[in-house]
Design a protein around this ligand. Structure first.
Ligand code: PA5
Length: 445
């Protein structure tokens, strides 16, 4: 039988009892009902819930064809920020060779832009792309987000200067709202290939739409397997009960939160999962951090960060718990050699796979952290493959919806994100922000 993702409540008893977790069963069942009946807060953003099971063959084939059309490019730049960036970045990093950029490529290299406003970043990217054949996937649900809009304006100008407007329009794919926004208007006028982000799927839940699927397919990965894994998890978490692992995770983290564990650290022992942590932080941070509530989501990459954050986690304020993603099987085998002189004293582990040592670092850390009163939840992934990443994505999405409703917030809005934008527009004297500009300038005097 095929191995699948598992969750084990390894060691949470130092902070909560099984009864504390079970006490949330009623709220979890209510949360599941709100999701499935669509009668909770934010119910106009539930399109992600049945996405894996309902994505039709025509859409998948269209995405694959668009990815194939970009295969002649040396680089494909995916432009987007937040939910229009992190999912694709997480999956591509998890599946890619760590040193791919130094090795010959047999397809385009997918790069990212518009996820920051770094002038040097954009300058250096444009220097790299000068004289190279490149394509652009520009992603913005609203079609008006400043960061990707700046990057797109600059890269579009470069592309058009290099290949001409007509050819450039064949190398640009836009993923945006069906009707609204500046990007939709531009795409229609310029005749770009487009994909739609459905109104009922929020940015941070959009990785299994063309937003994530097109860059992932352009990077050469199997989006059908990704969707199949997600679909299996959709089925597994469809009903409320003890077997619903998303529900178990959601209840456990809320029980821990109620017991004063205000910070959750997503821990990995595989450097390829760094951006998965970034994706997860957005998913939970934007969904739950509101109304003065919410677990603060953090992430560490071990064993690297045991040498920087390990002290704090072991010994700092006892307000944290950990969710550890443990990857069972590695793709390759690398064995530690015997050394006759043994000057480094490592012969006691000679002949072992590197992963055996990594697993002992993981187990040793788990025991040490439990001794230090850091509760641990363990999520075991059989391997870093498209299928299992699909399972993991949907597992966390579903748990996030349930957890947000247990916490009694609307998990699908993000009103707090607008505050910085309003100030930035006022400071930049954006037309329409005259009153805000005057007010903010007065504050700076
Ligand atoms: O989750 C969200 O809604 C945000 O992170 C958005 O994805 C992000 O702000 C980008 O927005 P847009 O896709 O509209 O450019």
């Amino acid at each position: 039988m095929m191995k699948t993702l598992k969750i084990e409540n390894c060691n949470v008893e130092c902070a909560v009892s099984q009864a504390d977790i079970a006490a949330l069963k009623g709220k979890a069942a209510e949360a599941m009902e709100k999701l499935h009946k669509g009668n909770g807060a934010g119910n106009d953003f539930l399109g992600w819930l049945n996405l894996p099971g309902t994505t039709d063959e025509a859409l998948i084939a269209d995405i694959e064809a668009a990815a194939r059309a970009l295969q002649g490019c040396e680089y494909v730049v995916a432009i987007g920020i937040g939910g229009s960036y992190l999912g694709a970045k997480a999956v591509i990093e998890a599946l890619s060779d760590s040193f791919a950029c130094f090795k010959p490529a047999n397809g385009p290299r997918v790069l990212f832009a518009g996820q920051n406003i770094g002038e040097d970043y954009l300058y250096e990217l444009m220097e790299l792309l000068k004289g190279k054949k490149f394509g652009i996937i520009v992603i913005s649900k609203s079609g008006t987000t400043t960061e990707p809009a700046i990057a797109f304006r600059m890269l579009k100008e470069l592309l058009e200067a290099q290949v001409g407007k007509a050819e450039a329009s064949k190398l640009i794919v836009a993923i945006t709202d069906a009707k609204k926004g500046a990007l939709r208007k531009l795409a229609t006028e310029e005749g770009y290939k487009t994909f739609v982000i459905a109104d009922n799927v929020g940015g941070r839940f959009s990785v299994l739409t063309p937003v994530g699927l097109l860059p992932i397919a352009a990077a050469g990965f199997d989006i059908r397997a990704l969707l199949a894994g997600a679909k299996a998890m959709e089925e597994k978490t469809a009903t409320s009960g003890d077997d619903n692992i998303s529900e178990v995770y959601a209840m456990t983290r809320n029980a821990l939160y109620n017991a004063g564990k205000k910070i959750e650290i997503l821990v990995n022992y595989n450097p390829k999962l760094h951006y998965f942590g970034e994706w997860w932080k957005q998913l939970y941070g934007e969904s739950e951090g509101k109304d003065g509530k919410g677990i603060f989501p953090a992430a560490v990459d071990n064993s690297t960060d045991l040498h920087s954050m390990g002290q704090w986690i072991q010994d700092g304020e006892r307000t944290i718990f950990e969710t550890v993603i443990s990857v069972e099987e590695q793709k390759y085998t690398a064995v530690i050699p015997t050394d006759e002189a043994n000057l480094d004293g490592l012969n006691y582990i000679a002949g072992k796979r590197v992963d055996e040592v990594n697993k002992m670092a993981e187990l040793g850390t788990q025991i040490a952290h439990v001794d230090g009163n850091v509760p641990n939840i363990k999520v075991t992934l059989p391997a870093l493959t498209e299928y299992h990443l699909g399972e993991l994505i949907y597992f966390f999405e579903k748990a996030c919806g349930i957890s947000g409703y247990i916490l009694d917030v609307n998990p699908f809005n993000q009103p707090g994100v607008e505050a910085y934008k309003k100030n930035m527009f006022a400071l930049l004297n954006k037309p329409g922000y005259e009153a805000e500009s005057a007010a903010i300038q007065a504050r700076l005097k």
